[in-house]
Every structure is written in structure tokens, then in C-alpha cells.
Design a protein around this ligand. Structure first.
Ligand SMILES: NC(=O)c1ccc[n+]([C@@H]2O[C@H](COP(=O)([O-])OP(=O)(O)OC[C@H]3O[C@@H](n4cnc5c(N)ncnc54)[C@H](O)[C@@H]3O)[C@@H](O)[C@H]2O)c1
Length: 334
């Protein structure tokens, strides 16, 4: 693998920012970073050599001609304004998910990318996860017959996510900053759209039901109906232990089960739990390295292939329909 000499600004030096900085530096990139918190800038610099650290996006983009690209890993509330600033400076962007807390601002960003002809790669990273890519290929070749029902489950107690800080101080606790289950775990909505396209209707409950000290939602139950009669249910929560990330695809000739832990894909056409299982050795960082490689290609002028700003807008359209469904207690057509 050849080393790449690009200078990348990482905006938001928390957990995801440090990971992207590490990965890009491992491929030869020079890193500068931005975060309003000095401790976060110092932590990132401790593990990855940093050319310059900034405490505002304006200062960081002042000499934008020294940069080749921008990675945005701040809380979602800031994503659109920061991405627009980078795009206006003609710098390609890798934006972490979700695009924004709302669809209107996400569309504004999409228009800015289009009018400036600058590329944006979106970080719904599970699209790069090898077992899920295998599942998609196998389902498309009819491995379980015609699909009728799919069940997505994501359940993980928020206090376990960032053991180095109080969860109450993490942006995930804050509705205003774009935390909460539906926005942050929109990975699973994105995967539903990646597998099956846009649903024709959405029914949802989006609630705060646990004792977690947060003002964002911690429980989502959703039904997505697709054109060919396929239904998907999604359960997303921030209070479950042990953690679960799984998808069960039920077709007329059998089922496919994907789980994150154990790291496997299984197929069965029998009545009992008699699964034909494939286990994988890939590690969590591999999907982020997949994103890194695609972003480096984008910096070299190639098109975004795996996850675009339009994909992110579609996810937010589903989220907004889900919010309406909850408020109006009815199914919302799309
Ligand atoms: N793709 C994935 O699987 C994945 C995984 C983790 C996080 N993420 C996404 O990455 C983003 C950050 O999540 P995280 O877990 O790293 O959170 P984090 O809290 O660890 O990091 C966010 C950082 O942003 C900083 N920040 C606050 N305001 C800022 C501003 N105005 N400008 C720049 N930085 C600012 C905070 O000080 C913090 O250091 C979120 O959008 C999250 O959904 C994606």
C-alpha cells in the first residue's frame, strides 16, 4: 500500500476524531485538528502527530490552501455549518453520521456540495463491514427466497459507550447537540435503506423511557413498509445490557442472521436453530479503514461510491417521518 501525503483537518477530536486521525496518519497523511476543548486536542496529539491544533473552525480554515481535505467528527448539531465551511473552501469532506439533526439543513448541505462541485463522503460505516456486504450479496442472489420480514436490533447501554467520561457529559445525552437513539443509531435505518431502498411508509414510537439522565430519546420502535410487501422492524435503545447488534432476515425459503457479537453470518432453512454459520475475524477498525481508503480515493478525484450526502438526506427523511408518526400516532406515507 503506498503512503499518501495529504494534509487533513480533523474537526472534533473526540472518540471518532482520534480514530480517523490515527487511521489517516497510518496511511501517511499529515493531521491538523480542531476542538474547542484543549484537553481533547492534547489527547489526540498524544497518540497522533499533529501539525497544528485549533480551537475554532474559522481559524482552522484560515489557511485552507495548506489542506487537502476535512474530516468532521463533532456533535451532529455542528455538522452542516462546518461541512459547508469546508466545501466553500473547496475541500472534500468526510462527514460522520448523521448528516444533521434535521432534513432541511441536510438538504442545504447537499445543495452546497452540488453547486460547488466538491465531494462529500458520509460515514455510515457499517456499509463497509465485510460480513454485512456478504449478506447483501447473498440476499440479492436469493439465499433465503423472497424476503418478507427483517428485524433490526441495536441495544447498548449509553454508560458503557465512553467509559472515560460521564455519559451525562457526552453529546449523546443532549437532544440539542443531536444525541439520542434515533439520530445516533440511524446506522440501522441507513442499512435498511441500503438493503431495500426507500420505504413507502413509516410507523414509529420515539421515547425516553429509561432512568438514564439524558434529555434525548433512548428508545425507538419502528416499522418500515416497502413496496413489495416487505416489512422491517427496528428496535433501537440506549439502556440494554448485554449489548446487542443483530439483523434477522426472514424469507420464504429460510432466514439469515447477522450478529456483531459473535462476529458471524448464519443461514438456516430448517425449523430448529440449525444454522450454517460463517464466523469472521474482521475488527471494528476495519470498517473505518474502509472509509479511510475511499476518502483517500475521493481526495484523488474519484467519485463517492459507498455512502453519499443524498443517502444521509434519505435517512433524515425517514427520521422526520418517524417523528411525525410518533407525534400524530399514525402511519406516515413517504
Ligand atoms: N460511524 C461510526 O460508527 C461512529 C462511531 C462513533 C462516532 N460517530 C460519530 O462521530 C461524531 C462524534 O462522536 P464521538 O463519539 O467522537 O463524540 P465525542 O464526544 O467523543 O467527540 C466529539 C468531539 O467534538 C468536540 N466538539 C464539541 N463542539 C465542537 C465544535 N463546535 N466543533 C468541533 N468540535 C466540537 C467535543 O469537544 C468532542 O471532543 C458523531 O456524529 C457520532 O455519531 C460515528
Amino acid at each position: 500500500m503506498t503512503s499518501v501525503n495529504k494534509h487533513i483537518l480533523v474537526v472534533g477530536s473526540g472518540s471518532a476524531g482520534k480514530r480517523h486521525a490515527r487511521n489517516l496518519a497510518s496511511r501517511g497523511c499529515t493531521i491538523s485538528s480542531m476542538d474547542p476543548r484543549q484537553d481533547r486536542l492534547a489527547e489526540l496529539a498524544e497518540e497522533t502527530p499533529v501539525e497544528r491544533g485549533f480551537d475554532s473552525i474559522e481559524a482552522a480554515l484560515e489557511n485552507s490552501e495548506r489542506l487537502d481535505g476535512v474530516v468532521i467528527t463533532s456533535p451532529p448539531f455542528f455538522h452542516v455549518d462546518q461541512a459547508i465551511a469546508a466545501i466553500e473552501a473547496r475541500l472534500p469532506v468526510l462527514l460522520e453520521k448523521p448528516v444533521s439533526p434535521d432534513a432541511t439543513s441536510a438538504r442545504k448541505l447537499a445543495r452546497t456540495c452540488e453547486s460547488h462541485e466538491v465531494a462529500l463522503l458520509l460515514g455510515y460505516t457499517w456499509r463497509w463491514w465485510p460480513p454485512l456486504r456478504d449478506v447483501k450479496t447473498k440476499l440479492e442472489s436469493g439465499a433465503v427466497g423472497r424476503l418478507r420480514h427483517v428485524r433490526f436490533t441495536m441495544s447498548a447501554h449509553l454508560a458503557d459507550w465512553h467509559p472515560w467520561e460521564r455519559y451525562q457529559d457526552f453529546f449523546m445525552s443532549s437532544r440539542e447537540l443531536g444525541g439520542g437513539a434515533i439520530l445516533d443509531e440511524s446506522h440501522w435505518i441507513d442499512l435498511a435503506l441500503w438493503f431495500f431502498g426507500m420505504p413507502r411508509s413509516v410507523s414509529a414510537r420515539i421515547e425516553k423511557i429509561s432512568d438514564l439522565e439524558i434529555d434525548a430519546d433512548d428508545n425507538v420502535d419502528m416499522i418500515l413498509e416497502f413496496d413489495d410487501g416487505l416489512r422491517a422492524t427496528l428496535h433501537l435503545d440506549l439502556f440494554g445490557r448485554p449489548h446487542e447488534k443483530s439483523i434477522r432476515f426472514v424469507g420464504e425459503e429460510g432466514s439469515c442472521l447477522w450478529t456483531e457479537s459473535p462476529n458471524r453470518v448464519a443461514f438456516s432453512g430448517s425449523a430448529s436453530e440449525d444454522w450454517d454459520e460463517t464466523t469472521y475475524t474482521c475488527e471494528r477498525n476495519d470498517m473505518f479503514m474502509g472509509v479511510t481508503e475511499e476518502f483517500l480515493d475521493v481526495l484523488d478525484g474519484q467519485s463517492v461510491t459507498t455512502c453519499s450526502i443524498e443517502d444521509g438526506v434519505r435517512v433524515l427523511d425517514v427520521i422526520e417521518a418517524a417523528r411525525r408518526s410518533h407525534e400524530e400516532e399514525r402511519r406516515i406515507p413517504l
